[in-house]
Design a protein around this ligand. Sequence first.
Ligand code: SAM
Length: 435
Amino acid sequence: MSGGTADLLIERIGAAGDGVAALADGTPAFIPHTLPGERVRARLLGRRGEGHAALAEAILAPSPDRVAPPCPHFLAGCGGCALQHWADAPYAAWKRARVAEALERAGFADPAVAEPARTPPWARRRADLALRRAPDGSVAIGFHLRGSAAVLDLATCHILDPRLFALLDPLRAALRHLNALRREGSAILNLLDTGPDLLLRTDGPLNAPDRAALAALARAQAIPRIAHARGEAPPETAAQLGPAAIRFAGVAVAPPPGAFLQASPQGEAAIVAAVLAGLPERLPARARIADLYAGVGTLSFPLAARARTLAFEGAAEAQAALDAAARRAGARVEAHRRDLARQPLLPVELGQFAALVLDPPYAGAAAQMAQIARAGRDAAPPRVIYVSCNPAALARDAAVLRRAGYALHAATPVDQFLWSAQIEAVAVFARGGRA
Ligand SMILES: C[S@@+](CC[C@H](N)C(=O)[O-])C[C@H]1O[C@@H](n2cnc3c(N)ncnc32)[C@H](O)[C@@H]1O
């Protein structure tokens, strides 16, 4: 069916942010930059998963909710954003509905879902940008074009913090002559309290002139640390001018290069607030909280203000940074390294916690959920506070909690990835009667 055109009615927005229309045989077509209710003329491109990829050649009847996208890269297909063409109110309502639908699929009828906590434009403090060298030696830095391996070279960006965006031109200039970048790589930018932290992953080794060039870039742009890794190898510091640190609840942590951070300060604040609000009002003096998938301690240190917190994290460097920060600050945080997919907390361990906070990666926390279900009424923690970055995993994991006897206490969507299809959420579950 590819190559042809069809006039179609957009029925809804799909999980990747594309408009979805039904073809004559009922197969869904995924059409970027369209909106529910619109009639479009679409060119069919080929199979995509269960349906067809398509492009809108013309919007025959535009939605009243269509707005002019603020960024010129959007209609060129920049993969950083999917929904800039949607008015703010229906856009936010769609994000909220994705969380509500996930909880409904888990079996919680008519879930009480708050309005999304928002992140404004120009606030993203963490970005993983693609690098691509052109035949003339120049280097493109940006997001992949949607559905393509090509990199859109960013001339502007409405989501990135301007302090990070300002580094792109000097970085392009430095990368032009960097031997370590042969064809492609990535630049992970984290804006810490001490300034930008840069991790370059490239397809070649760093040589002495490369090191000198990166040191010069660090000095000229006041970048405290630039690290480099070849492919997926562990990073090594290429230039360090000063400390690289960020504070969580007043505790300074020195994260490893490329460490996971919540994508925006607003997103982090909203997640921390919703997690703390989900704790029982009164915690006994000897109460303990478990923070699973703790990273470098974004949630552990705020939680420790309420009770002794045992933090579990699988990545060695993140766990070490969390452990060192907790020791230096004398915080009530004990950091343990543990692969929670292979070694989830067992019922005998779960029984000691007044609350279990978990913030798993995209795949969710199936192994841990199975142990909570096994723990039964006596050992399962009274509260489970689940921070989700994937509604599908939330639906699956929340269903296990429901079957294990938990009620949904609160749900807060957090929109940290402005204009993308992503939505995060903090869902608070309480065992029957104790909410
Ligand atoms: C979404 S991040 C959350 C980090 C932290 N809670 C925060 O807010 O910054 C998920 C974390 O889970 C860790 N992780 C991924 N797979 C894991 C596993 N199997 N066992 C333990 N930790 C894992 C990652 O290293 C990452 O730090």
